[in-house]
Write a protein that binds this ligand. Structure first.
Ligand code: SF4
Length: 81
C-alpha cells in the first residue's frame, strides 16, 4: 500500500499540532479513551498500520460499530453508491 509505506519511511509522528483544538471539534470519533483524538496524523498512521481507516471516513452509524477496516470502508462506500 503506497501511502502506508510513505508514512513509515517518513518516520515522523507529530505530538503537538497547531490545529489540535480545531481537529477535536471536527472529530466524529466516538471512542472516547483514545489519546490520538485531535492529532490526525497519529490517528491515520495508527489505523493504516492496522489496515484500517480513521473514524472520519465513516458515516455515524458505521463509525459507531468501531469496525474501521478498509474492507468495511469499501463496503460502506459501495453501499452508499
Ligand atoms: S479514529 Fe481511531 S485513532 Fe482516531 S481518534 Fe478515533 S479511535 Fe483514536
Amino acid at each position: 500500500m503506497k501511502f502506508f509505506t510513505y508514512l513509515e519511511q517518513k518516520g515522523e509522528t507529530m505530538t503537538t499540532c497547531e490545529k489540535y483544538e480545531e481537529n477535536l471539534v471536527k472529530c466524529n470519533c466516538t471512542y472516547e479513551p483514545c489519546d490520538k483524538k485531535g492529532t490526525c496524523c497519529d490517528c491515520i498512521s495508527y489505523h493504516l498500520k492496522l489496515g484500517e481507516a480513521p473514524a472520519c471516513l465513516f458515516p455515524a452509524d458505521v463509525e459507531a460499530t468501531y469496525d474501521r477496516s478498509l474492507k468495511n470502508l469499501a463496503r460502506t462506500i459501495l453501499k452508499d453508491g
